[in-house]
Design a protein around this ligand. Structure first.
Ligand code: CAA
Length: 262
């Protein structure tokens, strides 16, 4: 299958770069894109010739602007729960595959964008990177793992602040709070990311894979599936009308939402 919404490149022997490419929607993730990502990551996971996977966004402006709001707008609770489940399948590949995954965040990483990034082993940010979990402004909660993973990067109180407020976090602050490891100038971003990937790929593949497994086992990856399932059900439970429909319709109609009780 040739993906329509991804550009998959072998930049160096051993380094696979996956670019999300939906320029009209700032690389927002719809079902088709998530299915393609699932397929590409599944095959990367078992391909011994790939030593490091880099996830980034096509273009200069956006890494991933979140899940596709236009597609989500009219989902039922059941469909939204399944959609979150598909997002979780992808994030579990990134987190658990036996090779390092690097999020190269080169612009907007909103909602599902930050969630894909925090499922990777670590984040490298371009100077123009902006992170946010703006879901509550759409009448929903994050559905691709932020409720489970964000605190691992920034601590519980900062994760709560980001998720409750939806505020934007720029690259320098992202490094200061532990969300991103390093920030590189935009003009040399991919070259610097590839230097990091090369440094990893020159090491023992089996030792790096073993380190990843042990680091994951000694952190919150234990019990991951049941925590993500709980999130998917809570996410789906907010669909089918009310603030969710108002929030997403307001986005599509380019106006401010009028949430219940406001
Ligand atoms: N879904 C669908 N379309 C999107 C999108 C998204 N998440 N983000 C951007 N787009 C579309 C816009 O609708 C617009 O389309 P048109 O040209 O057809 O109008 C196009 O991309 C360009 O976007 P803007 O004109 O808004 O660009 P901007 O530079 O002015 O703003 C932005 C950029 C701040 C990222 C803004 O687009 C935005 O706020 N996007 C939504 C971000 C968001 O809320 N993401 C979370 C989604 S919910 C989620 O991810 C749930 C989950 O956890 C699974």
């Amino acid at each position: 299958m040739t993906p329509e919404n991804l550009i998959v490149e072998r930049v160096e022997p051993g380094i696979q770069v996956i670019k999300i490419s939906r320029p009209k929607a700032l690389n927002a993730l719809n079902t088709a894109t998530l299915e393609e990502l699932d397929e590409v990551l599944r095959s990367a996971s078992s391909d011994a010739s790939i030593r490091v996977v880099v996830l980034t966004g096509d273009g200069e402006k956006s890494f991933i602007a979140g899940a596709d709001i236009t597609e989500m707008q009219h989902k039922t609770p059941q469909q939204a729960t399944e959609f979150a489940g598909l997002g979780h399948k992808v994030t579990k590949h990134l987190e658990l595959m036996p090779k390092p995954t690097i999020a190269a965040v080169n612009g907007f990483a909103f909602g599902g964008g930050t969630e894909m990034a925090i499922a990777c082993d670590f984040i490298l940010a371009s100077a123009n990177a902006v992170f946010a979990q703006p879901e509550v402004g759409l009448g929903i909660i994050p559905g691709f793992g932020a409720n489970v993973r964000l605190a691992k990067f920034v601590g519980l109180a900062r994760a709560k602040e980001m998720i409750f407020s939806g505020r934007r976090v720029k690259a320098d602050e992202a490094v200061a709070i532990g969300l991103a490891n390093r920030v590189f100038p935009a003009e040399e971003f991919m070259a610097r990311v590839l230097e990091v990937a090369q440094q990893i790929s020159r090491n023992s593949h089996s030792a790096v894979a073993c380190a990843k497994r042990i680091l994951n086992e000694s952190s919150e990856s234990v019990g991951l599936t049941s925590k993500l399932d709980t999130e998917a059900r809570a996410f789906g439970g907010l669909f089918g009308g009310g603030d969710q429909l108002e929030g997403m319709t307001a986005f599509v109609e380019k106006r401010k939402p009028g949430f219940e009780g406001l």
